[in-house]
Design a binder for this molecule. Structure first.
Ligand code: GLP
Length: 243
């Protein structure tokens, strides 16, 4: 794992942007994308740039079950707003939260991922160590699946909804098995509330209790953190600091 500590989210956005740029230069075709507040500064850098994704494919990690893509808290809406409207891809896939047959939807998504192997997967990090919506306890080899969100994730995401009651209780998520097949992985985390999960992910045992710890088993992972998110990593030698 390569850990890069940056000053703040803006600096992290620039470092993340460079990793996207390098992937493009290396002929990456398929980009796994993430939602949440964390990737926004990278998306801002991408939309302000002249990088061209119009012949590339994006596959998003997850979507709330029950929200239409037009709902302003759906992940499809988020992606349109923060990236795709300004920086279109040839094809952009997000799970369909309104699919009537969820088994068929998860199968469809797995086929998509199999047909378009991920070159670069961008990840945020849940406070409980989740990646995508792969909550603690999720098997490492799982493929796309429907998830019951944990109370801590529902509480963490309530800030985006009128009230906690409005947060969907279920989601569809790309599985850890698919994330791990991406050629390259970029995980980004900012703030004190991610510090525990970052330390457990980097220095703790590889355990399904901390889904992100599986990334220790991947050979091309870059982690961008700010000072707060890095504050609980004990071995400072692991960290490259960018002033
Ligand atoms: C949600 C998403 C994750 C994201 C996490 C952290 O639960 N499913 O993919 O990484 O939130 O979000 P934020 O970046 O807003 O802290």
């Amino acid at each position: 794992m390569k850990i890069i500590e940056v000053q703040d989210e803006q600096a992290g956005g620039k470092v993340g942007f460079d990793i996207f740029k390098e992937a493009l230069a290396n002929d990456a075709q398929v980009f796994g994308l993430a939602t949440g507040s964390t990737p926004i500064s990278i998306y801002n850098e991408l939309t302000a740039s002249d990088l061209d994704f119009s012949d590339k494919i994006s596959i998003n990690l997850d979507e709330y079950q029950g929200l239409a893509g037009t709902h302003d808290q759906s992940y499809r809406y988020f992606m349109d707003e923060h990236l795709f409207n300004q920086k279109p891809f040839k094809e952009s896939y997000v799970p369909n939260g309104l699919a009537e047959d969820m088994d068929a939807e998860t199968t469809r998504y797995d086929r998509l991922i199999a047909d378009h192997p991920l070159d670069l997967q961008l990840l945020g990090l849940g406070q409980n160590g989740h990646i995508g919506f792969n909550e603690p306890g999720t098997p490492f080899d799982i493929q796309t699946h429907v998830v019951d969100l944990t109370p801590s994730t529902i509480a963490a995401n309530a800030r985006f909804f009128a009230s906690e009651d409005d947060v969907p209780r279920r989601a569809i998520s790309m599985g850890i098995g698919s994330i791990m097949k991406s050629k390259k992985i970029l995980l980004v985390a900012y703030g004190e509330n991610k510090a525990q999960a970052i330390a457990a992910m980097v220095e703790g045992p590889v355990t399904t209790d901390v889904p992100a710890s599986v990334l220790q088993n991947h050979d091309d992972v870059t982690i961008i953190v700010d000072h707060s998110a890095a504050s609980k990593i004990k071995n400072r030698d692991l960290i490259t600091t960018i002033a």
